[in-house]
Design a protein around this ligand. Structure first.
Ligand SMILES: NC(=O)c1ccc[n+]([C@@H]2O[C@H](COP(=O)([O-])OP(=O)(O)OC[C@H]3O[C@@H](n4cnc5c(N)ncnc54)[C@H](O)[C@@H]3O)[C@@H](O)[C@H]2O)c1
Length: 313
């Protein structure tokens, strides 16, 4: 089994690559290292194609030979980044996905898995977020992920491609980088706590998220690839939990055994207030997958940051 992982040098992609190799897969990665890192691939026996999904020659090389399944993770993440540079976000996240779909079809790849985002629910306040609820993106990032997700689903009818569009919620775990402008909340807070710096919370901290350990996400991705899982509608990939940023901060303080100054600042534009997945579709399609509980996943993540000197090694 050969899989192509776009964005494989990133957080989720490198965790997927590591587990896929352990299962005996042949793993090819296409990544331009715009946000990914070579450290993430250290010691992994992958075939690396360095370049962009927006470059047709890179796509051709990446899809040459027999690729059984594409797991398309390459994207420019982060809501604030997309507000600052919406065209770059659209190019990588929407146009890049359409280009990958066309290239995969031409290369006669049979199966294509896409990483959409819970951010597509946007303005809809209803909890939990069901895949058939109305959606209203609040940022260029969310709009581009939604466009891409719909292209991925339309390819089933248009090109006969077996596709699966999974809506990831807030994924966290080892290999998620901390020290950059657009870093996610879990690595940012762990890094601040372990470095003795204050923790900055955007808003009152009552904002909530359905945090998902990367190991659970990888397990679903691998099962999707193994069984060629396809579905006509988008599928939430989270387990229906809801944790506020204040609760997350408290748990991380316990796990790191620290008591940092906690500073509240203005909420960020484009950020969704609450997020929690309805997960009936996920359970139907992947009945055997059980989530890693939050405290267990956070403990593994904190341990990894300590082992790698706060994720920088
Ligand atoms: N992490 C989350 O909580 C989360 C939530 C929802 C959706 N997602 C989606 O999951 C996917 C993976 O996210 P992640 O957290 O691992 O992000 P990441 O930034 O760690 O990984 C993305 C990878 O894509 C690469 N990339 C970006 N643009 C590229 C291009 N034009 N060509 C080739 N490679 C390119 C980057 O270098 C990086 O290695 C993304 O599509 C993201 O939108 C993630």
């Amino acid at each position: 089994m050969r899989i192509l992982v776009t964005g494989g040098a990133g957080f989720i992609g490198s965790n997927l690559a590591a587990d896929a190799i352990r299962k005996g897969y042949s793993v090819r990665i296409l990544d331009d290292f715009s946000t990914g890192s070579r450290d993430n691939l250290a010691g992994l026996d992958v075939e690396l194609i360095e370049g962009s999904i927006l470059d047709s020659s890179c796509r051709t090389v990446a899809l040459s030979g027999n690729v059984d399944s594409v797991v398309h993770l390459a994207a420019l993440g982060s809501v604030p980044r997309s507000i600052a540079d919406p065209l770059a976000s659209h190019a990588a996240n929407a146009t890049g996905t359409l280009e990958m779909l066309i290239a995969a079809t031409e290369a006669k790849v049979k199966h294509f898995v896409y990483s959409s985002s819970s951010s597509v629910y946007g303005m809809n306040p209803k909890l939990p977020k069901h895949e058939r609820e109305w959606i209203r993106p609040m940022s260029p990032y969310a709009a581009a992920k939604l466009a891409a997700e719909q292209y991925v689903l339309a390819a089933q009818q248009s090109y006969g491609l077996s596709t699966l569009a999974l809506r990831f919620f807030n994924v966290y775990g080892p290999r998620q980088s901390a020290r950059h402008t657009y870093a996610a909340v879990v690595p940012t807070f762990i890094d601040a706590m372990l470095s003795g710096r204050p923790v900055y919370i955007n808003g009152d901290g009552a904002t909530s998220r359905d945090f998902t350990f990367v190991g659970s996400v990888v397990r679903v991705l691998l099962e999707a690839v193994e069984r060629g899982v396809t579905h006509a509608e988008p599928v939430n990939l989270a387990f229906g939990t809801r944790t506020t940023i204040n609760e997350l901060t408290g748990t991380l303080m316990e796990l790191t055994n620290t008591a940092p100054a906690v500073v509240h600042r203005e909420p960020r534009p484009g950020d969704v207030r609450h997020s929690q997945a309805a997960n009936a579709s996920l359970r139907d399609l992947f009945p055997g997958v059980t989530p890693v509980p939050l405290t267990e996943g956070l403990r593994a993540t904190v341990d990894w940051y300590k082992r790698t000197e706060f994720g920088s090694a």
